[in-house]
Design a protein around this ligand. Structure first.
Ligand code: HEC
Length: 135
């Protein structure tokens, strides 16, 4: 009898652990509207952005870019930036700088911040989809 009670306590614990695991998994943003970067990260990208990107692009430029890239993985755009930008000195930033610059761009266009940093190395950008702003 005692054994059965113990077993059901264990299965309840196991079930709640599974629920926890699932809710952690869904904390991963599905699109750039779900908080794909942190506010601190965007703030730290501001100065680099203004110095290295701001002269050639403005917020409207990115609005158009995000609209054109509807449903594309954010990683694709990140890798393009990584390899081709700044156009006058491609590849000249560190990965972490490109990450904070992209975070700044997302905040510039009005996508909400979240509690998870944008990270290239983690691979999560591959499953975060671009959706057009204001929809
Ligand atoms: C010297 C000018 C210049 C600088 C500096 C520059 N870019 Fe660009 N960028 C361009 C040009 C030119 C293109 C390609 C033509 C276009 O799409 O207008 C481009 C394209 C892009 C695109 C693709 C847009 C699309 O349609 O999807 C992104 C994103 C981008 N730049 C981001 C950046 C970021 C981030 C930085 C700073 C790290 C930066 N650029 C710095 C000139 C520049």
């Amino acid at each position: 009898m005692m054994k059965m009670v113990k077993n059901s306590v264990w299965s309840m614990l196991a079930a709640s652990a599974a629920v926890l695991a699932v809710s952690c998994a869904t904390a991963q943003p599905a699109t750039i509207k779900d908080g794909a970067y942190t506010a601190e990260q965007a703030e730290s990208g501001k100065a680099i952005y203004e110095r290295r990107c701001g002269a050639c692009h403005n917020a409207d430029f990115y609005r158009t870019a995000f609209s054109n890239r509807n449903n594309q993985a954010l990683e694709v755009m990140f890798e393009e930036i990584l390899v081709t930008m700044p156009a006058d000195m491609p590849g000249s930033l560190m990965d972490s700088e490109y990450e904070s610059v992209l975070a700044h761009i997302l905040s510039l266009v009005g996508y909400p911040a979240g509690d998870q940093e944008l990270s290239y190395a983690s691979g999560t950008m591959g499953s975060i989809l671009i959706v057009p702003p204001g929809q």
